[in-house]
Design a protein. Structure first.
Length: 402
């Protein structure tokens, strides 16, 4: 096997990257849907479940800026390879988690290794022309969706059939194969390396820095609010379906697979058409509104109408998520220089990690109060975000007319 040339054949390079991200997210998808249920089996309450989930995001927040800047300095490929190796170790620790504290350590390691998404986004920006950027960023969402089509049902089946340890071992095997694939055929996309980029940075300082930059701060504010609301739902959904709707681990996996299938359909096939027809800013605002409606509907669906009403709510959430994520990355990358793509996209990932640090803890605590609370609160947050997105769209329109 030989590496493809990202310069002469960017489409082939993106295909290889897509496979790499898909394999990584399939391992991620094996674990995430059953993580809250497993943590509860180990004796965790809602707050502790939120802390375990947030530990992953804490490490992402602390290190995403570092990984992004490192990819600007040494290239995207080495960062992706290092992160995959860390994930192998993290999954092996997960497979041997006999207490909530070992589970916590495994999630901390996973968060440390979750650098490949910011590096992958920078890779996409490196090889994309401006007219293809939003569509190509949608590849990350499509890979995520495919990973969630295969991962959650497989994870649920493995847990029900062989035990939780084989969920971890299987994820580790996928990651090991992913490392070999990326090592032999993933090309380097970065043409000009930034040798003077600062590696060890204060993530809070970087966050304050970008929030003070009026030309880009709106992207980070919207991202933080969106992911806070989304992660409040994500960490409690499996427990909601398990306790209220009496779904098994495998059925919870199938439900997450439905969400993954939607992501593949929207971001893999429809996003380019939607973007060309409506524009990035309109899709960003629409995505926030759809997500708000879907979140509010989730806990109020009658048990006997899980199919189709809960799936309809998840479809709204799927469309909302598919519209928000790629649009934020694309709009941000269009505003910053090529030499700082990795830095800004890394900070965008850090802002998402900060939100995922906050969201699960709030969501888990609210779920302990009442199972509807995380969803009602998420609805309110997304309405605030919708108003921000509309305001940004109007300002951009006025700026273009001058």
């Amino acid at each position: 096997m030989s590496k493809v040339d990202s310069k002469s054949n960017p489409k082939a390079a993106l295909t290889v990257l897509f496979i790499t991200v898909f394999l990584d997210l399939m391992g991620f998808g094996l674990i995430i849907p059953i993580l809250p249920i497993f943590a509860k089996e180990l004796g965790a309450n809602g707050l502790m479940i939120g802390i375990v989930a947030s530990s992953y995001s804490f490490m992402q927040f602390m290190f995403s800026g570092f990984w992004g800047s490192l990819s600007d300095r040494i290239g995207r490929r080495p960062v992706i390879l290092i992160s995959i190796l860390i994930m192998v170790v993290a999954y092996l620790v997960f497979a041997n988690a006999g207490s909530i504290w070992v589970l916590l350590i495994s999630r901390l390691l996973s968060g440390l290794g979750a650098a490949n998404l910011s590096a992958a986004q920078a890779f996409i920006s490196d090889v994309s022309t401006p007219d293809k950027r939003a569509k190509n960023f949608g590849l990350i969402g499509a890979a995520f969706g495919l990973g969630f089509i295969v991962g959650p049902p497989l994870g649920g089946w493995l847990k029900d059939t062989f035990g939780i340890e084989w969920v971890g071992y299987t994820a580790a095997m996928f990651s090991a194969f992913n490392f070999l694939l990326a090592y032999f055929i993933l090309p380097e996309s970065l043409k000009s390396k930034n040798k003077v980029s600062s590696l060890w940075q204060n993530p809070f300082g970087n966050m304050v820095k970008v929030l003070r930059q009026s030309e880009v701060n709106q992207f980070f504010i919207i991202n933080i609010i969106f992911i806070t609301a989304f992660s409040m739902m994500q960490i409690t959904a499996a427990i909601l379906w398990h306790e209220k709707f009496q779904l098994s681990d495998a059925e919870v996996g199938y439900t997450f697979a439905f969400v993954g299938a939607l992501a593949v359909l929207i971001q893999g096939s429809l996003l380019g058409k939607f973007t060309a027809r409506f524009g990035e800013k309109s899709l960003l605002a629409t995505g926030n509104l759809l997500l708000a409606i879907g979140l509010l509907a989730m806990p109020y669906v009658p048990v006997h109408l899980f199919v189709p009403l809960e799936l309809l709510a998840l479809a709204l959430i799927g469309f909302g998520n598919a519209f928000i994520n790629p649009m934020l990355s694309s709009l941000l990358s269009a505003e910053v220089s090529a030499l700082q793509q990795g830095f800004y996209l890394g900070i965008l990932q850090s802002s998402g990690s900060l939100a995922r640090l906050i969201g699960p803890i709030i969501g888990g605590s609210l779920y302990d109060v009442h199972y509807t609370m995380p969803y009602v609160a998420g609805f309110g947050l997304m309405l605030v975000n919708f108003s921000f997105a509309l305001s940004f769209k109007k300002r951009a329109s006025h700026k273009a007319q001058k």
